[in-house]
Design a protein around this ligand. Structure first.
Ligand SMILES: CC(=O)N[C@H]1[C@@H](OP(=O)(O)OP(=O)(O)OC[C@H]2O[C@@H](n3ccc(=O)[nH]c3=O)[C@H](O)[C@@H]2O)O[C@H](CO)[C@@H](O)[C@@H]1O[C@H](C)C(=O)N[C@@H](C)C(=O)N[C@H](CCC(=O)O)C(=O)O
Ligand SMILES: Nc1ncnc2c1ncn2[C@@H]1O[C@H](COP(=O)(O)OP(=O)(O)OP(=O)(O)O)[C@@H](O)[C@H]1O
Length: 494
């Protein structure tokens, strides 16, 4: 493709060189640069991509897009832009010929519930015989093929390439999770969103956003990019703030909720551990649905999905079967072992609100004690401390006993994290034991459990690795828990 076409719509200064040249690929990582490609230099959080320009040229880059003043002596085209991440999104969309124009693109944002809502939507669309791809925390799913992603919302170049693959594979709808990072860092810029969905907003990622207002502003950006529907949870405080902001937009506003007046709302809700049933009411009629994951949060997530299906003209019958067909979602209140009243559950709750919701959901079905295994992934800053405090409050309030451990400590000191959690647990009078090694912590929870108890292993959900330092170590907590149970059952009847 000609460089001229790739830079269409991009604002830049030509520092030097020719725009009339053939380009093979794009890259933002010098390690992946190929002959006759464009290298986009990004000033990163960890390192500055501009320092790899020489390396990129050595590897064959014929065009450099940068955002800093630099003298480049080699014979290449140099284009200066205001924001390299934004430029990367623009040229990536052009390079792949704006694939989102050929897709029905649904973006889901919010602190919790994005993955779960996306699985419900996919199931409904598939029930209606529409081929539907997913992009999110669990990975990218195209025609039943799952590929892991580095990020929940991939970098723009990877994203546009995935959209393009979806159009080649004749996918009709793409349902994607849109993280606040991706909005902030322009990963989703120049993507043509038909629908935006807002689930909820509670404290998280405050290491990137200065405060909740900044975090809200980042999420709200998605609703400036949508052209058909904005679907918003009216029960959430920030959802109502968003509604006020977008209510006069041309994009149609559709609300969902349980507590406030909404376009899509449930009646006749019956909760049990195995499923929740309710009648969903939409402007085009009502239908009874069964959600196979317990609790109110999954009523919200299924309502978000139903609102999306309603906006896309899907029949009530397909909605009913689509919701019912979701038998469970990996690591989302997933019961990995059950024998009479004894249960072991794995859940991805890694924020204060998610942990509180998960514990409150399980609590009514616990006959004995509720034992929690948890850690907190957060840095050494005050914001990290606030997160540890909040999660410890939830643990102390809603669990009978907690085993405090590590959760992806990455480059932070795991001992410091666990000590800080312990202090917070003391402040809230929580009963706990600390075991730094997560495998041993899970084994301990199983060891001390008795007949009728429920163990919740929180934080990692579907993940199968533990990130320690710069290493990613294989870590399958379902396997660890089941092996510990096997051992225990030789001695004790559960
Ligand atoms: C904090 C953050 O968001 N970082 C993202 C950012 O990385 P960065 O700016 O630190 O990159 P860097 O390492 O400093 O490198 C800067 C540039 O130099 C380039 N480079 C680097 C080395 C080299 O040898 N050659 C080279 O060219 C890099 O490719 C890059 O372009 O840009 C990268 C490329 O897009 C992202 O993969 C990376 O996500 C990291 C892995 C991450 O952990 N992000 C998290 C915080 C995140 O984005 N999370 C959200 C939300 C998750 C949720 O739902 O909770 C998500 O969407 O995943
Ligand atoms: N609607 C909800 N409100 C509050 N908590 C929720 C809700 N839905 C799910 N959760 C909790 O949050 C956890 C993560 O859910 P899910 O993966 O659907 O959210 P997510 O927004 O995709 O999260 P992430 O951004 O971390 O990928 C679940 O394991 C559950 O404990």
């Amino acid at each position: 493709m000609l460089l001229n076409s790739i830079v269409q719509g991009l604002e830049f200064d030509t520092i030097k060189g020719d725009l009339n040249k053939e380009i093979s690929t794009l890259s933002y990582d010098s390690k992946e640069v190929m002959e006759n490609s464009i290298f986009v230099a990004i000033s990163g959080f960890a390192v500055d991509g501009h320092q790899f320009i020489d390396k990129a040229i050595e590897q064959g880059a014929s065009t450099i897009i940068l955002e800093k003043d630099m003298l480049i002596e080699q014979d290449v085209t140099v284009l200066k832009v205001i924001n390299s991440r934004d430029a990367l999104a623009r040229v990536s969309a052009n390079f792949y010929q704006n694939p989102t124009e050929k897709l029905n693109l649904v973006g889901i944002t919010g602190t919790n519930g994005k993955t779960s809502s996306s699985y419900f939507i996919q199931s409904i669309f598939e029930q209606a015989k529409q081929s539907t791809g997913l992009i999110g925390t669990i990975g990218t799913l195209i025609n039943n093929k799952l590929v892991k992603n580095k990020n929940t919302t991939p970098e723009s170049l990877n994203l546009q390439s995935t959209f393009s693959e979806m159009t080649n594979e004749k996918v009709d709808n793409c349902i994607m999770e849109v993280s606040s990072h991706s909005l902030n860092l322009k990963r989703v810029a120049y993507s043509n969103f038909n629908t935006g969905i807002f689930t909820n907003l509670t404290p998280d990622h405050l290491e990137l956003h200065n405060n909740m207002d900044d975090y809200f502003e980042a999420k709200a950006e998605l609703f400036d990019l949508t052209k058909d529907f904005n679907i918003i949870n009216v029960d959430d405080k920030y959802g109502r703030r968003l509604i006020n902001r977008v209510k006069d937009y041309e994009t149609t506003l559709v609300t969902f909720g349980l507590e406030h007046k909404a376009d899509i709302y449930p009646t006749d809700i019956h909760y049990s551990f195995d499923k929740t049933t309710y009648t969903v009411n939409t402007p085009s009629g009502s239908v009874k649905v069964a959600v196979n994951i317990p609790g109110k949060i999954y009523v919200y997530n299924s309502l978000a999905a139903i609102a999306c299906a309603y906006c896309n003209g899907i029949s009530l019958e397909d909605i009913r079967y689509g919701i019912q067909n979701v038998k469970g979602i990996k690591g989302r209140l997933e019961t990995i072992y059950k024998e009479e009243e004894y249960k072991v559950i794995v859940d991805f709750s890694h924020t204060e609100d998610a942990l509180e919701q998960a514990l409150k959901t399980i609590r009514p079905y616990v006959k004995g004690k509720l034992i929690l295994v948890f850690g907190v992934y957060a840095d050494e800053s005050d914001k990290g401390r606030e997160k540890r405090d909040g999660m410890s409050r939830a643990a102390s309030t809603f669990a009978d006993f907690s085993v405090v451990t590590s959760d992806n400590p990455k480059t932070f000191d795991p001992l410091m994290i666990v000590q800080d959690i312990s202090q917070a647990m003391d402040r809230y009078n929580g009963k706990y034991k600390t075991i730094l090694d997560r495998e041993k912590a899970i084994q301990h929870a199983i060891e001390i459990s008795e007949k009728d108890d429920t163990i919740l292993i929180a934080g990692k959900g579907h993940e199968t690795t533990q990130k320690v330092g710069n290493l990613e170590i294989p870590f399958d907590e379902t396997k660890i828990a089941l092996e510990a149970l096997q051992e225990k059952k030789q001695f004790v009847e559960l």
